[in-house]
Design a protein around this ligand. Structure first.
Ligand code: HEC
Ligand code: HEC
Ligand code: HEC
Ligand code: HEC
Ligand code: HEC
Length: 159
């Protein structure tokens, strides 16, 4: 499944939304598509759907209030989820994969080319460059094409 099926707002808003039980029930509703509709693992989702009370979100990534981050700006310039969250598609439970410190943000901002790819490949976390091309060559071309120039000044992230 594509990341944006569930994290719908990631392409057009600062925050990547976390899905409601309704999204899961598109497939797991015992009365409709019924994929594993009776699974005990899905009891919290069925319960949330029936009662309208959201499943409690165990938040993993959280920057301090005084710093500003925006998903849409990054993914629309070809920065993949994998650069900041690691190989989520292979994690049984999502965990912190990168430090998310200011130094880490600035390291990429100073020279982003190795982290850029075609925008259509952003949610393909196992993406590899086609034969004969390197990640750096592709990234450098994308940087030029999309005129990527991440900010280094304090006010960009401390508003
Ligand atoms: C079937 C729906 C679904 C899909 C598809 C999905 N996710 Fe998620 N994701 C969730 C839900 C639900 C949570 C919240 C889980 C919790 O609270 O324990 C979550 C949590 C996360 C988090 C942690 C958020 C936090 O708390 O900081 C990250 C990062 C994440 N997903 C990235 C991805 C990426 C990258 C992909 C694509 C490879 C992806 N997700 C695909 C449903 C999905
Ligand atoms: C597009 C369809 C689809 C959506 C939407 C979807 N799933 Fe699934 N889910 C599947 C499929 C397919 C399987 C694997 C079923 C199998 O192994 O036979 C699965 C399996 C699961 C299982 C394992 C159940 C078991 O007993 O092994 C859990 C738990 C689960 N999904 C949770 C979720 C949650 C939580 C959401 C919403 C955030 C969600 N799914 C959204 C299709 C979907
Ligand atoms: C440039 C780094 C970066 C990229 C690229 C990125 N994220 Fe994030 N993500 C973050 C940071 C930083 C946070 C914590 C944001 C906060 O606390 O305000 C976060 C938080 C999240 C959350 C929790 C909800 C939220 O918005 O706070 C989800 C879900 C998530 N990311 C999913 C994704 C998915 C899916 C992708 C790819 C389509 C992605 N992220 C790409 C850095 C990134
Ligand atoms: C892997 C590379 C990478 C990482 C890591 C990264 N960024 Fe960025 N950032 C970019 C790129 C690429 C852009 C887009 C620059 C452009 O549009 O020219 C950008 C743009 C921005 C912008 C400008 C937003 C706007 O509205 O103009 C802000 C703010 C920002 N990043 C904050 C952060 C913060 C905070 C972190 C760390 C939590 C971070 N970034 C980590 C690559 C990265
Ligand atoms: C690309 C985004 C970005 C830019 C640009 C940036 N910062 Fe930060 N800054 C962050 C993030 C994210 C944090 C929170 C994570 C951390 O503490 O490392 C932070 C934390 C801080 C802190 C708190 C550190 C601590 O130890 O508690 C200070 C002070 C700070 N920044 C000052 C600055 C100044 C001064 C500038 C300009 C010279 C600047 N920042 C530029 C993203 C940025």
């Amino acid at each position: 499944m594509d990341c944006a099926y569930c994290h719908q707002s990631v392409w057009d808003s600062p925050h990547a939304s976390v899905p409601a039980a309704q999204t899961c029930m598109n497939c797991h509703n015992p009365k409709k598509a019924n994929v594993k509709g009776a699974s005990p693992l899905l009891a919290p989702v069925r319960n949330s759907y029936d009662t309208g009370r959201p499943v409690e979100w165990k938040r993993v990534h959280k920057l301090p209030e005084y710093s500003y981050f925006n998903h849409a700006v990054h993914v629309n310039k070809g920065v993949s989820c994998v650069s900041c969250h690691g190989q989520v598609n292979e994690m049984p439970v999502v965990r912190h994969d990168k430090p998310l410190t200011m130094g880490w943000c600035l390291q990429c901002h100073a020279d982003p080319h190795a982290h850029l790819r075609d925008v259509k490949d952003v949610t393909n976390l196992s993406w590899k460059p086609p034969p004969g091309k390197t990640v750096n060559e592709i990234g450098a071309a994308i940087q030029k094409e999309l005129q990527v120039a991440p900010p280094m000044h304090c006010q960009a992230c401390h508003r």
